[in-house]
Design a binder for this molecule. Structure first.
Ligand code: GLU
Length: 500
């Protein structure tokens, strides 16, 4: 199998989207599987949409997913963006001279030419084509404007762009997912490869030119990216031919839709990797889930990243749209939690807490985190632990009592639950403080009063958490500690008017 050099080439506009994460993952896997190289390039030629902080965000998200790259942009420990590897710089904004030189080469060879229309003039031309029900095709001039013409136009305040003279031939792309895709010559038009220099900073390339030049100069021989780029790929094919570059292999990935068949959007939940991290998902579950968005071999659905790197080929990539099934992702996460060891979980839990300041659980207290993991066994995401146990870490006088729970568990039968609390308080003040000892105490109390365990445990639970849901009562109280347990029982009795 040929070694593939693949790349992930995001435009930094914000956090990494799950669609981008899938592209990164598949490129990573193709490189790993073939013993090749995976590269990270930042495509920041669209200055209007550029968000500088996004570079570090993307790097951080890729690291969290464990998708390591061999070459490209990176962030050093001080937060500075750096490049690693022989073909840098790996940020397009730092490569303008390289693109300008390729544009000059095309101009000199008569394969590209200057064009001076303003945006409004181009819009008008497009509208006229629409009115004639024709595809807009830029009218190539009989004689290409000279450099002097360009200078003159510039001096007259006109924008000076450069367009590629596209050969009048059909373009066929051989795509490993979509097969042969042909763009008829009649649909093609001379397109801009270098934008007009607006502020005297030097001319910027369009995405198409920068993308093609970089892939060639960085030795990329296989391009895997979203289907939304397929309709534009003919431009890259003709540009490569004009520049004498080799054609890479292609694989465009099917669209990812929500369960209603619409474009995936924030409207129905998280779409960014960072949000899933903040919601308490494990990266291995997300990776496994994302791998199946458009790729499948047989019926197998459970993979580690290493297993994916062994199994992954483009044969498993289909054309049909992928469905982003959030319930399935949650189930994957529950499975990944069940499969992970405690060391792994406690590190991931600490990471989750560091991103969720409002959860009062101390991220740095590893013993407590491990206790919580054990107490909440069977949880699906770290958010479940916070929902169940977060209250134990709030100030004793701040959490709310659920009125229904108080009524049902404490007040009913003339305040039988309150009575239990009052009686148990003193015993709890002096017993051994471990889950086992606390449970023994409760069991003995229940037996001597001919009560079911629940009739004793539930009042305690409501008193210390405000709700009827928490881990086992012994574990809950052990986690809370004696002083806080007593303070909460006192508060509960006092606030309900049953205090001493
Ligand atoms: N920079 C493009 C993006 O925003 C990627 C283009 C490509 O993969 O060729 O996703």
């Amino acid at each position: 199998m040929d070694k593939l050099k693949t790349r992930f080439a995001p435009s930094p506009t914000g956090y990494l989207h799950v669609g981008g994460a899938r592209t990164a993952l598949f490129n990573y896997l193709l490189a790993r599987r073939t013993g090749g190289t995976f590269l990270l390039r930042i495509e920041d030629t669209d200055q209007a949409r550029h968000d500088e902080s996004a570079v570090a965000k993307i790097v951080d998200d890729l690291r969290w997913l464990d998708l390591d790259w061999d070459e490209g942009v990176d962030v050093d420990p001080g937060g500075g963006v750096v490049g690693r590897g022989p073909a840098g710089p790996y940020r397009q904004s730092q490569r303008l001279a390289i693109y300008q030189q390729h544009v000059r080469q095309l101009l000199e060879a008569g394969q590209a030419y200057y064009a001076f229309e303003t945006g409004e003039e181009l819009d008008a031309m497009r509208q006229q084509a629409r009115a004639r029900k024709e595809t807009f095709r830029y009218p190539r001039p009989e004689r290409f404007p000279s450099r002097a013409d360009a200078e003159e136009a510039r001096a007259a305040g006109r924008p000076v762009a450069v367009r590629l003279a596209v050969p009048d031939e059909d373009v066929t792309i051989h795509d490993d997912a979509f097969g042969e895709v042909t763009m008829p010559a009649t649909e093609l038009s001379d397109f801009i490869i270098q934008k007009a220099d607006r502020d005297g900073q030097g001319a910027w390339p369009t995405y198409h030119l920068a993308n093609v030049v970089d892939d060639a100069m960085m030795g990329v021989n296989y391009i895997c990216r979203g289907q939304e780029f397929l309709g534009q790929t003919w431009r890259h094919v003709v540009l490569r031919a004009a520049l004498g570059f080799d054609e890479p292999g292609y694989c465009h990935l099917p669209l990812i839709l929500d369960m209603e068949g619409r474009k995936l959007s924030k409207r129905d939940g998280a779409v960014e990797v960072h949000t899933f991290r903040q919601m308490g998902y494990l990266p291995e579950a997300l990776v496994n889930f994302i791998a199946l968005l458009g790729w499948k071999v047989g019926d197998r659905e459970t993979y580690t990243l290493d297993e994916l790197a062994e199994a992954f080929t483009t044969d498993g990539i289909g054309k049909s749209n992928a469905k982003f099934d959030r319930d399935k992702l949650l189930a994957f996460n529950a499975d990944a939690v069940a499969a992970a060891g405690e060391d792994r979980l406690s590190a991931a839990f600490a990471d989750y807490l560091s991103l969720n300041d409002e959860a009062a659980i101390p991220a740095g207290d590893e013993d407590t985190l491990r206790e919580l993991l054990r107490a909440c066994e069977g949880f699906r995401t770290f958010e479940d632990i916070v929902a169940k146990c977060g209250v134990l870490f709030e100030p004793d006088d701040a959490f709310a009592y659920d009125a229904k729970a108080v009524k049902k568990v404490l007040a009913r039968n003339d305040g039988a639950g309150f009575a239990v609390l009052g009686e148990l308080r003193d015993a709890l003040a002096s017993c051994d403080w471990s889950a086992g000892a606390i449970e023994t105490l409760i069991r003995e109390y229940a037996a001597s009063h001919e009560l079911g365990m629940g009739k004793v445990a539930q009042p305690l639970r409501v008193a210390v958490t405000g709700t009827t849901v928490s881990p086992g009562i012994g574990q809950t109280l052990e986690l809370l500690g004696r002083d806080k347990t007593l303070a909460r029982i006192d508060r509960c009795l006092r606030e309900a008017g049953h205090g001493a």
